[in-house]
Design a protein around this ligand. Structure first.
Ligand SMILES: [Zn+2]
Ligand SMILES: [Zn+2]
Length: 141
């Protein structure tokens, strides 16, 4: 199985993902913007058993603004690693954290909140897919 390695900004926390992500895409929500300090979050979603912390686990800090998202980052450098989404049973390992993963986005979520419209022909969901408790409603580009 394919393995991709990732690390925080300083490198003390090393992670690995194994196999293929369940989904990839862009999230345009205000929370992702505020947390990432970027206009969109490029996500890759993994089953928890596909994600391993190889070293530096004691440096991982977690911030929970809501019980939907446990945002994990390095307490030494502040570099972001991943967000665990317990209600979905999925972990978002930010695409930027695992550079060897070929990022092939399939969907945009929370597009109603976008500040960076992207005309790439991919589906634009107003919020989340229906399977994940959203409306599943699509928007125009
Ligand atoms: Zn670090
Ligand atoms: Zn988001």
């Amino acid at each position: 199985m394919t393995t991709h390695k990732g690390a925080c900004f300083c490198g003390i926390v090393q992670i690995q993902v194994v196999g293929k992500p369940e989904a990839m895409g862009y999230c345009h929500c205000a929370s992702c913007r505020s947390w990432s300090a970027g206009p969109v979050n490029a996500f890759s979603l993994w089953k928890p058993d596909a994600v391993r912390v190889v070293s530096g686990a004691e440096n991982i800090a977690t911030f929970r603004k809501t019980d939907k998202s446990e945002r994990q980052y390095c307490s030494k450098c502040g570099g972001h690693l991943m967000t665990n989404h317990p209600p979905f049973g999925l972990i978002d390992v930010y695409a930027a954290t695992i550079p060897t993963l070929k990022f092939t986005p399939g969907v945009h979520v929370n597009y109603a909140e976008t500040v960076l419209p992207m005309r790439d022909g991919l589906p634009k969901l107003k919020d989340f897919p229906a399977e994940l408790g959203g409306s599943g409603e699509q928007m125009r580009e």
